[in-house]
Design a protein around this ligand. Structure first.
Ligand SMILES: N[C@@H](CCC(=O)N[C@@H](CS)C(=O)NCC(=O)O)C(=O)O
Length: 404
């Protein structure tokens, strides 16, 4: 790709811009451009403001804003379509369709070793902005699996793919969460780790990913598969059971509503590539949130008085709602804080011991506003809303009464 200074001295760059502007409407005199061409090129090359210089070179001293806007708009929207097409695959109608995971379930053999509590040397790869990875961190904490399942925390690199850093605090314990080195394989990127499996790997290198250190292979890279598996471990008295057999039908029913309309629903809003696709996604999302708000007025958690995997899955979207989705993904009909029951429910779960330590607001903000640059090209990170600060989330939620 050409840098701005290279563009400025490459005369072939300009004709490609000019034909889309009607010459008659351009506020410039042709001869002026050629008369001063050498001089202008020197100015552009040495300028500290190359865009302004290119504008002056094309149109003389007076910049015609309408044409500048028209050119930039066309160039930007074409680039945006190109990038979104790559980053967010969509249907013909412009609706975002999430690619499926390559390793969607944990094979039975792992369940057998895990249920006995044998050290089966599993390692979890996560990233802190990611709502899907966040599910696995919460269940790992609630099941007290920190010492059994070690974790590496990846962070977005310049190209948006997951990378490992030098450990920020090597003395920290197993529950400390911050971007880290790759503690299982010593690699620099997650892509390299995926590539270590026998037979290689060409798919998406996503988090969360559960890795077998014994087999040197991916166990699962679908968040729901991983949390079901974690929940099955050491059931006798270790942590809480987040999927009691009598509630499994209800959990599944809630997941079938919440995944497409809320968890993936916010992405369907943010990554929509047509107005119609956005309208449909935002309607589905807010209709579902209204229904959940009504349900949670009389039910402490989704399935009654017991926290389940369905609540964990809903929580990791809700905790990001006013921080990121409301603004960046245009989920603007209402903020979460305006849904009194849903917001109190979010605070209730946030206050369960060990959950707050998994919520990393700075990393979430950086991850969304800086990495998803097609949605926020200036990379300016908005301030954290007051209602998303820990002090606010720790305010009494008053929901204990629903458990009596
Ligand atoms: N369905 C997967 C989704 C995982 C996913 O999309 N993770 C994102 C981060 S939020 C990712 O790693 N994306 C990197 C990529 O697509 O290359 C799950 O629930 O685990």
């Amino acid at each position: 790709m050409l840098s701005f200074s290279e563009m400025a001295v490459s005369s072939s760059s300009f004709p490609s811009l000019c034909p889309i502007l009607p010459l008659s409407s351009m506020n410039c005199r042709r001869p002026q451009k050629f008369k001063y061409r050498k001089f202008s090129l020197r100015i552009v090359a040495s300028s500290t403001d190359p865009l302004a210089s290119i504008g002056r070179l094309l149109w003389g001293r007076a910049l015609p804003p309408q044409q500048l806007v028209a050119v930039v708009r066309l160039a930007w929207s074409s680039t945006w379509q190109l990038m979104m097409g790559q980053l967010a695959p969509s249907s013909d109608s412009g609706s975002y369709s999430r690619p499926t995971s390559a390793f969607p379930v944990v094979p039975d053999s792992y369940y057998r070793t895990f249920s006995t509590g044998d050290n089966c040397r599993l390692h979890l790869y996560v990233a802190l902005p990611c709502p899907w990875a966040h599910r696995t961190l919460i269940v790992r904490a609630l099941k007290n699996l920190e010492d059994d399942i070690s974790v590496s925390v990846a962070a977005p690199g310049d190209d948006g793919s997951w990378e490992f850093r030098d450990d920020s605090d090597t003395a920290a314990g197993a529950s400390f969460l911050a971007p880290s080195s790759d503690k299982a394989n010593g690699r620099r990127t997650l892509r390299e780790v995926y590539g270590l499996r026998s037979g290689g790997y060409n798919g998406r290198s996503t988090v969360p990913m559960l890795w077998s250190m014994d087999k040197g292979d991916v166990v699962c890279n679908e968040s729901y598969g991983i949390i079901e598996f974690f929940n099955s471990g050491f059931l006798d008295g270790v942590g809480m059971d987040l999927a009691p057999p009598d509630l499994r039908g209800q959990i599944e029913a809630w997941n079938e509503i919440i995944y497409p309309n809320v968890n993936n629903g916010v992405y369907r809003c943010g990554f929509a590539q047509s107005q119609e696709a956005y309208n449909a996604a935002v309607n589905d999302l807010f209709q579902t949130l209204d229904m959940l708000d009504t349900h949670l007025a009389t039910s402490r958690y989704l399935c009654g008085t017991v926290l389940t995997l369905a609540d964990v899955c809903l929580f990791t979207t809700l905790i990001r709602f006013d921080l990121a989705y409301n603004i960046l993904f245009k989920c603007t009909k209402r903020k979460l804080v305006e849904f009194s029951n849903l917001h109190a429910y979010t605070r209730d779960i946030y206050q369960i011991p060990k959950v707050a330590e998994t919520c990393k607001f700075e990393a979430i903000m950086d991850g969304y506003y800086k990495t998803l640059f097609p949605l926020n090209p200036g990379s300016i990170r908005p301030v954290i809303p007051v209602n998303c600060e820990p002090e606010y989330l720790n305010k009494p939620h008053g929901r204990e009464i629903l458990s009596r």
